[in-house]
Ligand binder design. Structure first.
Ligand code: EPZ
Length: 422
């Protein structure tokens, strides 16, 4: 197992290129189950979660070729519709095969994802919506058994709560269903928008893309032809590098990024005193005279993303004043707090809210990563902390960040990946 050793405090400079979005790539890879051709997806991030989903499709019988940043997937010869626990337990987003498999084959078995470090994360909204589309769903021995022998039929789905992968699952199911499906309270995330746009370009009639009400006219199980396309840039990776620059108060340019997707992130950084030069595909962050505290409430897109909460909470330890961070999406997403306290941070937790007192001089120590975004926050803290910080269990990081330490090295950070002593 690897860990990261980081010397701080450090200044960063230069530019860093952003990879394709993990959370767009996952539903787009599952979407290939709806294709009548070999699909080529470009600008795919080279991260563990992508490899896991590609492996799952391979286990179902698809032919897959993956290289540094693109994947070719041919699901025409699929022979198996069971997504097994050994894979699904490692990545809950595997649930994204449920909608397309059921819509195409009329039956499938998908392991329940089980618990997650950041919260319970049930899939009840996915299952309820598929039942409304005519599926028979039972849970047996930890598996979702879904049947719709005559295919799924269009329905009016009203989500009680906004769910990103839930919306994606139902959009894919509705694409091959019989008749019209309306999804009310659909997720607005750019990752969901790209899925809808690619399906629309592939001949599925979809209205309301980018709004909270989607209308999908199904093909009644006719598979669609999907032309090659590029995945959108990863707005969370981009936000993480902006926070790396901010916490070291450095000037950094991020490239291959879509600034529109980062509005809430940039607006919070501006409130903290940072300024920006923005072009069509680059963002340059400029140092603040003094970093100001800020209050944050996580919300669904276009609100402030929960996937940036840990990174900003860490940044607030270096801001003058008191910041209040409220986490509204996941009930257990403050695991990074106790690790930041090991570095000397002054943070008090109460319910789903963290009070961060700044500015505090952090001091290097050994810390443990607990989930994907928490691990990136610990790396940010280490860039600002005095002395050596070792971040352990970085397999969490590798799930969603492409070569983070190499990219930070290129920006001047003193960071290296080492092997844990046996
Ligand atoms: C997606 O997860 C992202 N993952 C998450 O990113 C992200 O944190 C989350 O959306 C919110 O933005 C991927 O896209 C692969 P939700 P998802 O369904 O779809 C509750 C990362 O760091 N809910 O929108 O699983 C749920 O418990 C990851 O890259 C139900 O109650 O999240 C949560 O409180 C972490 N029942 C809320 O809704 C359901 O059936 C939002 O969850 C579904 C969800």
């Amino acid at each position: 197992m690897d860990y990261l050793q980081i010397e701080g405090p450090t200044k960063l400079n230069g530019s860093v290129e952003i990879a394709g979005a993990k959370n767009a790539s996952l539903p787009l890879i599952a979407m290939t189950l709806l294709a009548d051709n070999k699909v080529c997806i470009n600008n795919i991030p080279n991260v563990v979660d992508i490899k896991t989903l590609v492996k799952l499709l391979g286990n179902l019988g698809a032919t897959v070729n993956i290289d540094q940043s693109s994947v070719q997937i041919d699901t025409r010869s699929l022979s198996n519709t069971k997504a097994t626990y050994d894979i699904v337990k490692t990545m809950r987003a595997s649930i994204l095969v449920l909608g397309p498999l059921l819509a195409r084959f009329g039956h499938c078995e998908v392991s329940l994802p089980g618990g997650c470090a950041i919260g319970q994360r049930p899939i009840d909204l996915h299952l309820k919506a598929l039942e409304q589309m005519g599926a028979e769903i039972t849970i047996e021995a930890g598996y979702v058994l879904a049947k719709a022998k005559d295919g799924l039929k269009g329905a009016h789905i009203v989500f009680d709560k906004i769910t990103v992968t839930g919306t994606a699952n139902i959009v894919m199911a509705a694409a091959l269903a019989k008749g019209k499906t309306i999804i009310t309270n659909a997720a607005l995330e750019p990752e969901v928008v790209q899925l809808c746009e690619v399906l629309k370009n592939s001949g599925v009639s979809i209205d309301g893309i980018g709004s909270s009400e989607l209308t999908i006219y199904g093909t009644d199980r006719r598979l669609v032809h999907i032309d090659p396309f590029d995945v959108i840039p990863d707005r969370i990776e981009a936000g993480t590098y902006l926070c790396a620059a901010a916490i070291t108060n450095s000037e950094v340019t991020i490239t291959n990024v879509c600034a529109d997707h980062l509005e809430s992130i940039i607006s919070k950084l501006e409130q903290m005193g940072f300024s920006f030069d923005i072009t069509s595909d680059t963002i340059t962050i400029k140092p603040a005279k003094s970093i100001k505290s800020v209050d944050i409430v996580t919300q669904e897109y276009p609100g402030f993303p929960t996937d940036m909460q840990a990174q900003f909470l860490t940044l607030c330890t270096q801001a003058k004043g008191v910041s209040i961070i409220e986490e509204r999406l996941f009930e257990n997403r403050f695991m990074h707090v106790s690790e930041l306290q090991r570095l000397g941070a002054d943070i008090k937790l109460k319910g789903n809210s963290a009070t961060v007192v700044g500015k505090i001089d952090l001091v290097g120590a050994d810390v443990m990563a607990t989930d994907l975004r928490a691990s990136s926050a610990l790396v940010l803290a280490a860039l600002a902390a005095k002395g050596t910080t070792n971040v352990h269990r970085i397999y969490h990081l590798d799930r969603g960040y492409v070569e983070l330490e190499k990219k930070l090295q290129k920006l001047g950070a003193k960071i290296k990946r080492l092997k844990e002593q046996a």
